[in-house]
Design a protein around this ligand. Sequence first.
Ligand SMILES: Nc1ncnc2c1ncn2[C@@H]1O[C@H](COP(=O)(O)OP(=O)(O)OP(=O)(O)O)[C@@H](O)[C@H]1O
Ligand SMILES: [Mg+2]
Length: 275
Amino acid sequence: MIKVENVSFHYKNGNCILENLNLEIQEGEIVSIIGKNGTGKSTFLNLLAGMTKPSQGDIWMDEFNTKSKKNFLDIRKKVGIVFQNPDNQILFPRVYDDVEFALKNLGLENRESRIENALELVNMKDFKENDTYELSLGQKQRINIASILAIQPKYILLDEPTTMLDSSEKDNFYRVLKNLKQEGYTVIFVTNYVDEILLADKILVMEDKQIATIFQKGDILEKVDLLKKCGIQIPKLVQMLEFLKQNNINIQLKEWTQEELIQEIVRIWKSEKYC
Ligand SMILES: Nc1ncnc2c1ncn2[C@@H]1O[C@H](COP(=O)(O)OP(=O)(O)OP(=O)(O)O)[C@@H](O)[C@H]1O
Ligand SMILES: [Mg+2]
């Protein structure tokens, strides 16, 4: 479990960036983080990864407090972070070497099978001998994700993983996210695309240095006003659900896709009530 207790953060210049954050994230949850620019989303992700330490309060990744120097290696094995720009995290000219790098650094065994499994999970197993500079941005992003998956961390943090991807590469990433969920990983990702918040089980909204709200996706209709207040647009699918609800048509979604919504509308349309 991830526990964030009374966490505040300021840089050396003294400006407070995050103020009194509290939350718990359970194992296997997928959490999306959204908020206007500069609300501290990346800073928060870096704190969770142990890259920076809280100025006040504590972050626990299971039994490990990120503040404690002696936990550094354990946290590196437990938590993987991928930054927004895929180019910044690629270090080697060959895919295999790039994925292997952190494994060597951390002294982990069974490198070959770890690399095979990780590349399989991101649908890049045919690329292990390829040159990294020949890859598209989306492929590089998936290699970056494979590099942390090979470590077999429990927690995966992704900062705006789709911002630089075209629509087909975005779809590839969504498939990777589904794979990660099926495999039981805990994934926390920051996004600036409102529709992507629905890929998560839980949605966290940042506003003015704080967590404005964190809620289960199924409760999003009750959060529409709060999202608007935080300057967040409402996902198209949620707008449609809201319109239907206002017309006394209540639809429960499982997959949260447009296809599922259309199927549900057709099902209700064909049901006795409307015949
Ligand atoms: N090294 C730094 N020193 C001082 N202030 C910083 C530093 N890095 C970031 N900040 C400030 O911290 C605040 C939060 O930045 P952060 O990058 O976490 O926001 P964000 O929500 O990820 O924004 P974006 O949506 O643009 O990615 C911003 O006001 C930023 O100017
Ligand atoms: Mg950011």
